[in-house]
Design a protein around this ligand. Structure first.
Ligand SMILES: [Cu+2]
Length: 311
């Protein structure tokens, strides 16, 4: 059915939620049909007639009243039992002392992803191995955000000063899309998530590649760009492994050229778009916390040449 919706669950947690959603939907539909049928019946059966005769007047029927009171109670109780069961399946709490496999930090307006075991750091595109339940610790660097990748399970708020935990798991390889689901300021709509689930071997290859420290270019435009990157204030906000740039106000750029998108899904990651973004980020994400540097075209070209070496 629809991809990236509550109808295409791709993990046990998402499946539990979908089953509850469908079950409650059926109960609601049954109640609606019952009520609508009774109303329709009453409208037709007791409609105004030419002879003006009144139907028999009834004042209270304790058997009927008891039936619908108990019926409603039972319905709510059954839904409650299913809901509690789903909460257990979709929201299992970590065992005490269990370390997260992934730490996700929500920022205005992008997602930082840290892999504590391998020390990989990336942004917006989160790779996971297929079929493994991973414990995620979710934090916020500024305001309340909300993690939501519908295919992979529950929504979870990212609250400043209060880490939350959830499980992430994908049954099949693929790219699962999600987005911030709690209004968090100007660029909330461009705070997209891509979860890329890969077979273990591919995941390990990706991890190894992310751990490589890109060589510092020594000649040509890329070298000039690398110098510019240090001289301009890029280093105050970004990290590039193996260089003095070690800040995390903006996404880690160590492997920016190996990502699919830029600025949390706003642009496809191509050399041309990299140039457009650094020329004027405010044109693409007004309000984003990266200033417009009024770079001249030569500077843009050099910076892009440098950023393209960061595979
Ligand atoms: Cu948001």
């Amino acid at each position: 059915m629809l991809n990236n919706s509550p109808f295409s669950p791709a993990s046990p947690e998402a499946q539990a939620i979908t089953h509850l959603f469908i079950f409650v939907g059926i109960v609601i539909l049954a109640i609606f049909v019952l009520v609508a049928t009774l109303v329709l019946y009453a409208v037709i059966r007791f409609r105004h007639r030419p002879d003006g005769a009144e139907p028999r007047q009834v004042f209270g029927n304790s058997r009927l009243e008891k039936t619908w009171t108990i019926g409603a109670l039972l319905t709510v109780a059954v839904i409650c039992i299913f809901a509690i069961r789903t909460m257990h399946e979709a929201d299992a709490s970590p065992r005490p002392g269990e370390k997260p496999n992934l730490v996700i930090v929500a920022h205005q307006w992008w997602w930082e992803a840290r892999y504590p075991e391998s020390s990989v750091v990336t942004a917006d595109e989160i790779h996971i191995p297929v079929g493994k339940p991973w414990l995620v610790e979710l934090k916020s660097a500024d305001v309340i955000h909300d993690w939501w990748v519908p295919d992979l399970g529950r929504k979870m708020d990212a609250i400043p000063g209060h880490p939350n935990h959830f499980w992430i798991q994908a049954d099949k390889p693929g790219t699962y899309l999600g987005t911030c689901a709690e209004y968090c300021g100007a660029q909330h709509a461009w705070m997209r998530i891509r979860v890329i689930a890969e077979p273990e071997a591919e995941f390990k290859t990706w991890e190894q590649q992310q751990l490589e420290v890109p060589p510092i270019p020594v000649s040509g435009e890329a070298a000039a760009g690398s110098k510019l990157f240090n001289d301009l204030t890029c280093v105050n906000c970004h990290t590039v492994a193996g260089t003095p740039a070690q800040a995390d106000i903006g996404p880690d750029l160590t492997h920016v050229a190996s990502r699919e998108t830029l600025a949390a899904g706003r642009l496809k990651d191509t050399p041309e778009n990299l140039g457009k973004w650094i020329s004027n980020p405010q044109a693409y994400k007004p309000g984003a916390h990266m200033p417009d540097f009024n770079l001249n075209p030569a500077q843009v070209q050099e910076l892009v040449a440098y950023l393209e070496t960061l595979k």
